[in-house]
Ligand binder design. Structure first.
Ligand SMILES: [Zn+2]
Length: 265
């Protein structure tokens, strides 16, 4: 069994296509979130993981991020396309729109966020954590299917599972962050540590704890996230399925060289 492209589906996104064979996997870091769906889409071999489990039973802080990335690596995956539900911190980033992340700010805690706990001491650069080449493919595809897209965005990642307080939300906005997630970290960095390209496609479901000066916008609820994601998940699936054949096998980016110069000594 092997695959070239890994897909990680977030909230509301529990399957990719009907023709994938479900495979049980195990890694030195435990089992991945779900069985892995392996098959062919648009002439590419893909492997699909449902981040929260097929029945949405795994909360963001308990997702086996290392097992998920390791399982994809074991299959030979070189590029990952991920989908997640996100909150907006800015008026211009509206519910129903798509954001391609280019930067993250980690505010999570207590998560096992590296493969490098042992010697040799390894410091991987996270200056540009998302693959620019994959982001281009995603942007092109979004244009073709007429999805409303923000080609860049800084995502602040909080631990969850609770949503932000109003003061936290105000603080994040004041820092200039665009959107908020509970799952982008450490997922993106674990992929980077393994030299795997990673594209993060976020779908905006809400305005976090509301917007200053817009008292009519209520703070987000889980019910709202589910309802809004259900509306847009078809669009994101379509975007990913259309994007897969465009992804070149030969990589022009530098994601595969993430460990060059990262080892001390
Ligand atoms: Zn790359």
């Amino acid at each position: 069994m092997e695959a070239e492209i890994g897909i990680i589906g977030g909230s509301g996104f529990y399957s990719l296509a009907g023709n994938l064979a479900e495979v049980e996997m195990d890694t030195p870091f435990g089992k991945p979130s779900s069985q892995i769906g392996i098959g062919n889409i648009g002439g590419k071999k893909v492997a699909f993981i449902s981040r929260h489990g097929k029945k949405h039973t795994i909360p963001p802080h308990k997702v086996p991020y290392k097992a998920n990335i390791e399982a994809l690596r074991q299959l030979g995956v070189k590029r990952i396309i991920s989908s997640s539900a996100i909150g907006s911190l800015r008026k211009e980033y509206r519910p129903g729109e798509i954001v391609l992340f280019d930067q993250f700010v980690n505010m999570t805690h207590g998560r096992d966020d590296t493969f490098f706990h042992e010697s040799p001491v390894t410091h991987v650069s996270s200056a540009d954590p998302y693959c620019g080449e994959l982001r281009e493919f995603a942007a092109e595809t979004a244009g073709r299917i007429d999805a409303k897209l923000h080609k860049t965005g800084t995502v602040v990642v909080v631990n969850g599972p609770r949503f932000s307080s109003r003061a936290e939300s105000r603080f994040f906005k004041a820092q200039g962050f665009d959107v908020i997630s509970m799952t982008q970290y450490p997922e993106v960095m674990l992929a980077r540590e393994r030299g795997i390209c990673y594209a993060g496609i976020g779908t905006i479901t809400d305005y976090d704890a509301g917007l200053e000066g817009s008292e009519d916008i209520e703070p987000v609820t889980a019910k709202e996230v589910s309802a809004n994601f259900a509306k847009t998940v078809g669009m994101v699936k379509k975007m990913i399925v259309e994007m897969i054949p465009m992804v070149r096998t030969e990589r022009m980016c530098r994601c595969g060289n993430a460990l060059d110069g990262a080892v001390m000594g």
